[in-house]
Design a protein around this ligand. Structure first.
Ligand code: OGA
Ligand code: MN
Length: 314
């Protein structure tokens, strides 16, 4: 069943009918499929780039217990900050990417710089970057010898999202950043490489819209299609942590969610990343990043690997 839905939504000719895709921008049409999740009351102080907690719209899909959807909790500045980090910074060494080993990027250069200064064709070649425990695409096994430092800002962001949902001990230890272009897909899979499969998984989307399919524990279970728009957060927790899922299609949309940095009255800033903040606040500096997002989607897929209290794999 998952495969049939994947094929249906991937098809270019004929294009799929989108009326059944769960759309959190028109949630009144899907009232019987989701329920609103009340946030546990916390006294969390606001986090950079996120809207105040009391304005968040959080849902759980009734037929997929544990599949939590947070409708764009990011501010316009936050919508810019994470893509800039993903493109300019996370794409660099010691993080690993699909471009490693092809000699496309000289050792003294980095991918984003090179794309901007001379090689525009390289822009669409970056497909994934791994952070922290590097995902091994062949063995699917994490190891201590294939680990680099996890970015502090992303660790803090996901710890904040986790706390807001009542997970006080979430610790981001591995992430895959996926870079999608208009014809990219991600086939159905389960993420089960992590030693700790009870911790939730956080999936952040930026840029173009995806159709995301969430299946069940069996590949035969039906898959529920959902629009994931820029800023939306999906949390795979509890029973949904080990469900099949994939992305059969990227859809072209407008750029409203990241275009308005009008009143950057946001008081919270990230001191460690002044250069990134400057880019986000200056339309001319932001432009190449905005251009990238007009034909791409970035997904940041963050996992805890270890059990609470563990510091390494043995
Ligand atoms: C993944 C993943 C989903 C997405 O990276 O494992 O499932 O929305 N990504 O891109
Ligand atoms: Mn996945």
């Amino acid at each position: 069943m998952f495969k049939d839905s994947f094929k249906y939504y991937k098809s270019k000719n004929p294009p799929p009918e989108l009326g059944r895709v769960l759309d959190f921008d028109c949630i009144h049409k899907f009232k019987n499929k989701v329920q609103q999740v009340p946030l546990p009351s916390t006294n969390l102080s606001p986090f950079f780039g996120l809207k105040p907690l009391d304005t968040w719209e959080v849902y759980e899909i009734t037929d997929r217990p544990g599949l939590i959807f947070i409708r764009n909790p990011f501010t316009p500045l936050g919508q810019r900050f994470w893509p800039v980090r993903c493109l300019k910074d996370y794409s660099r060494k010691p993080n690993k990417s699909n471009l490693d080993g092809f000699n496309l990027v000289p050792d003294n250069k980095d991918w984003w710089e090179l794309c901007q200064s001379s090689n525009k064709l390289l822009l669409n070649k970056l497909r994934w970057v791994t952070l922290g425990y590097h995902h091994n695409w062949d063995t699917k096994v994490y190891s201590e010898s294939n680990r680099s430092k996890f970015p502090k800002d992303l660790k803090e962001l996901t710890a904040f999202l986790a706390k807001a949902l009542g997970y006080d001990n979430f610790s981001a230890e591995a992430a895959i950043v996926n870079y999608y272009h208009m014809d990219s897909t991600l086939s159905g899979h389960k993420d089960r490489s992590e030693r700790n499969l009870t911790a939730p998984l956080f999936s952040l989307s930026f840029g173009q819209t995806a159709i995301f399919l969430i299946g069940g524990e069996s590949i035969e279970d039906i898959a529920i299609p959902i629009f994931l728009r820029s800023g939306d957060v999906v949390v795979m927790s509890k029973d949904s942590r080990l469900c099949y899922h994939g992305v059969p299609k990227i859809l072209q949309v407008d750029s409203r969610r990241w275009s308005l940095v009008e009143n950057s009255s946001e008081k919270l800033v990230v001191k460690e990343h002044k250069e990134v903040m400057d880019i986000c606040k200056n339309d001319a500096l932001w432009q190449p990043f905005g251009d990238y997002l007009t034909h791409s989607r970035i997904n940041v897929n963050v996992r805890q690997v270890l059990y609470d209290g563990e510091v390494q794999l043995d």
